[in-house]
Design a protein around this ligand. Sequence first.
Ligand SMILES: [Zn+2]
Length: 308
Amino acid sequence: MKKLWAICILLLLLAGCAGRDEAPVAEVVPTEAPVTAAPTEVPTALPEQQLTIDVVVTETAVPTPVPTPEPTPTLAPTDTPEPTPTPGPLEGFVIGLDPGHQRIYDPSQEPVAPGSRETKQKVAGGCRGVKSGVYEYEVNLNVGLLLRDMLEEAGATVVMTHDTLDVNISNIERAQMFNEANVDLGIRLHCNNGGSEKKYSGAFMIVPTENRTRFYEENVRAAATILAAYCEETGLTTRYKDGITYRSDQTGFNWCERPIINIEMGHLSNPAEDALLSDPAFQVKMARGLFNGIVRFFRPDLGSAVNE
Ligand SMILES: [Zn+2]
């Protein structure tokens, strides 16, 4: 034990000597290393070349949108466009046609005028071709149907009292049909019978007397215009001085509140005219003549010497 203690003391002594030999600590001031500022993190600008490359890269990356080509419009089927229909010369006009008579006449009576005590049979029988035996109602209806087609083709609205012979329509009813349709002109179609006298011939017009209509002037003008065109087309002459007669006793006139005329298209009692009036080809001419006259009457602006 004593030995151990001795060693310890010896060591302590040795340690004291060594400490005295060392340089004073205060003098060993460590040279302060210059404070190096922490490098500011300035983003290092990329070299230009790098930028360029970047742009190029970007451009390459985003694909340039290729414009979608406009779809080629499918061509419409080469249908010829519908031409705008030109309005016919009679567009807007309402024309009444009353082919005279019917297959079976009606002898029962009706007043010849509103409020009149005088009566006439509702539908007379009409006459017949002296040679051909054709019934007047057949000729009247044939011409009426042909004329209707021509008028409609020209744009007119046509009101026919009947388009078949198997009807029973009185003269008052026929006039009332024209009133209801508010016709611009009503035309009654007949052929005449000169009685046993075969010498009478020619076409003529009948119009209501002045006291029976509000449209006297208009009726006379329509009658003159249409008769002239009719004779021009058919070559028929006119009966009477100017081809117009005036009647106050016709039921079909007196009940009509619209402009109205009656044409006697020729004489079935005259053999020569009977041959013409009963001929279907001539009936087309008759209808054509009436049509021309109607156009001239309603459309004098289209020009015609016939109106003079
Ligand atoms: Zn008749």
